[in-house]
Design a protein around this ligand. Structure first.
Ligand code: GTP
Ligand code: MG
Ligand code: ZN
Length: 219
C-alpha cells in the first residue's frame, strides 16, 4: 500500500512524505529499523503520535506554504493528526469503540482546509485499495521507483520490464542487495508482471505487451 502511494505521488509530480502515526503503540527502534529502507531511498519520514505529540511540529514544517493531501487507510489517524496540527479544525474522528467494527469510514469527503501557518491541506477519506489508473506497465512503472532509476539505462534491452529479460541491471541490483527485494516485489505486483501473470497469460501475450512497450521506447 505504501509503495502504491509513493508511485502515485511520483507519477503525479507530488513530493511524498511518509508519516507513520500512532508510534505510542509500537517499539520505535524496531519500527525505525524496518523503515530504514525508505530513508535509504531518500524519502522523508515523520513519526507521529497524537498521544505524545511527537512529530507534530515536523508535520507543520513540511506542510507550511504548500498544498498537501493526507492519505492512507481508514483509522490511521489522518483527521486526528490534522486536529493536532491545527487546533480548532474540529474534524470528526472515529471513536475507539467504533473502531472495533471493521470498515469504519469517519471522513466521508475530501475537504481542502486553509492552514493558519500558511498553505492548504486536504483531509481525505481512508481508502482500502489504491488503483493506479494513470500508470500502466507500457509507460514504464520503473522510473517511479527512484532506487531503480540509475540501473534502468544499464539493462540490455531498452524496453526491459526487469522481469525475465537477460542482462537486466535492475534484477542484478536486486540480487546484489542494492535494491530491496520488498520494493522489487512491490514493483512486480504493481506492474502486474507478478510471476503468475507470465504463466497465466503465456508467452504470446507477454510478447505482444513487450513489443508494444518496445515501440513506445523507440518513439
Ligand atoms: N494511540 C493512538 N491513537 C490514535 C492516534 N491518532 C489517532 N488515533 C485514534 O485512531 C482512531 C481513528 O482516527 P481518525 O483520525 O478518525 O482516523 P482517519 O485516518 O481520519 O480515518 P478515516 O476518516 O476513516 O479515513 C481514533 O480513535 C483516534 O483517537 C495516535 O497517535 N495514537
Ligand atoms: Mg478522517
Ligand atoms: Zn531490466
Amino acid at each position: 500500500m505504501l509503495d502504491r502511494f509513493l508511485v502515485t505521488a511520483e507519477a503525479s509530480g507530488m513530493l511524498p512524505v511518509i508519516c507513520i502515526n500512532k508510534i505510542d503503540l509500537v517499539q520505535l527502534e524496531k519500527l525505525k529499523a524496518q523503515m530504514a529502507l525508505y530513508e535509504g531511498i531518500g524519502y522523508n519520514l515523520i513519526y507521529t503520535s497524537i498521544v505524545t505529540g511527537a512529530g507534530i511540529d515536523e508535520m507543520r514544517t513540511v506542510m507550511k506554504d504548500r498544498i498537501s493531501a493526507i492519505v492512507g487507510s481508514s483509522g490511521v489517524g489522518k483527521s486526528s493528526l490534522l486536529n493536532e496540527i491545527q487546533p480548532g479544525l474540529q474534524l470528526r474522528v472515529g471513536d475507539v469503540d467504533e473502531r472495533m467494527h471493521k470498515g469504519q469510514h469517519t471522513t466521508t469527503e475530501v475537504a481542502l482546509l486553509p492552514l493558519h501557518f500558511g498553505g492548504f491541506v486536504a483531509d481525505t477519506p481512508g481508502i482500502r485499495t489504491l488503483g493506479l489508473f494513470e500508470i500502466d506497465d507500457e509507460q514504464g512503472l520503473d522510473i517511479h521507483f527512484p532506487e531503480m532509476r540509475p540501473y534502468i539505462p544499464e539493462c540490455k534491452f531498452a524496453a526491459c520490464t526487469h522481469q525475465h529479460e537477460p542482462g537486466c541491471a535492475v534484477k542484478s541490483a536486486v540480487e546484489g542487495g542494492k535494491i530491496s527485494e520488498l520494493r522489487y516485489d512491490s514493483y512486480l505486483r504493481i506492474s502486474g508482471f507478478s510471476a503468475g501473470r507470465f504463466e497465466r497469460e503465456g508467452p504470446k501475450k507477454e510478447k505482444k505487451r513487450y513489443e508494444r512497450r518496445h515501440k513506445r521506447a523507440k518513439r
